[in-house]
Design a protein around this ligand. Structure first.
Ligand SMILES: N[C@@H](CCC(=O)N[C@@H](CS)C(=O)NCC(=O)O)C(=O)O
Length: 220
């Protein structure tokens, strides 16, 4: 007899952070894959200037997310965890197996991941780093990557991918990444980009997104 979801006990632990776009991508992915009940979520603060021993014991890079499997193995980074989770359920795959959907999904994921990486660096240069150590040329360089990405998305994001269409890891990474940029008030990506804004707002209304809103501050 199939187990009711109420009967399921978490057999995985996600070392998480309530304000990390990479960690939230994994949690939204787990919810969309119907695996939320199998994962206990534990918040951790991480920063390259503020060592977290628990996270270093699980991942030598000292970063979240980390998924602890039932046998104790630890998995990172976020895409590797998503790939693992996608093989754990029998529903429609969020990382498609066949081309061209697979290539589109993974490329969109890479773009979203790069957007977050640029956003993190931009935030260091404009906010996190002590003011006398900031390097404005680096901030400008990261900002231009973000602007290029927003403009590319405005012109190239498939408008047929709405909340009722099949979603992929690429869409999850993009929605959680954009919402992180809005949460941190890095750059207003909505201004002058109606297509991207509509997509972002529609995706943000999914229950997986509503249940996982960002909160908290970075502890450097
Ligand atoms: N490529 C990694 C990035 C993970 C990452 O950068 N996590 C941040 C939180 S947003 C972190 O833990 N940073 C701590 C550090 O850089 O030491 C992934 O996709 O999982």
């Amino acid at each position: 007899m199939p187990q009711k979801s109420d009967d399921l006990k978490p057999d995985h632990t996600l070392l998480y952070q309530t304000h990390s776009p990479f960690a939230r991508k994994v949690l939204v992915f787990a919810i969309e894959a119907g695996l939320r009940d199998r994962i206990a979520v534990i918040h951790h603060e991480t920063s390259p200037t503020n060592r977290n021993e628990v996270i270093f014991n699980a991942n030598p890079l000292g970063k979240v997310p980390v998924l602890v499997l039932p046998d104790g193995m630890t998995l990172y980074d976020s895409l590797v965890i998503c790939d693992y989770l996608d093989r754990l359920h029998k529903g429609r795959k969020l990382i498609p197996h066949k081309r061209p959907r697979r290539l589109h999904a993974l490329r969109l994921h890479a773009l979203a991941q790069g957007m977050c990486d640029a956003g993190v660096l931009y935030r260091w240069e404009t906010n996190r780093r002590p003011e006398n150590l900031r390097y404005p040329a680096l901030a400008d360089g990261q900002k231009s990557k973000l602007i290029e990405t927003f403009d590319y998305l405005e012109n190239n994001l498939d408008p047929t991918i709405g909340p009722t269409m099949p979603i992929t890891v690429g869409h999850i990474a993009l929605a959680t990444g954009l919402e992180w940029i809005a949460f941190r008030e890095l750059i207003d990506f909505k201004a002058g980009r109606p297509t991207l804004t509509k997509w972002y707002e529609e995706f943000g209304a999914r229950s997986s997104m509503v249940e996982t809103r960002y909160s908290g501050q970075t502890h450097d």
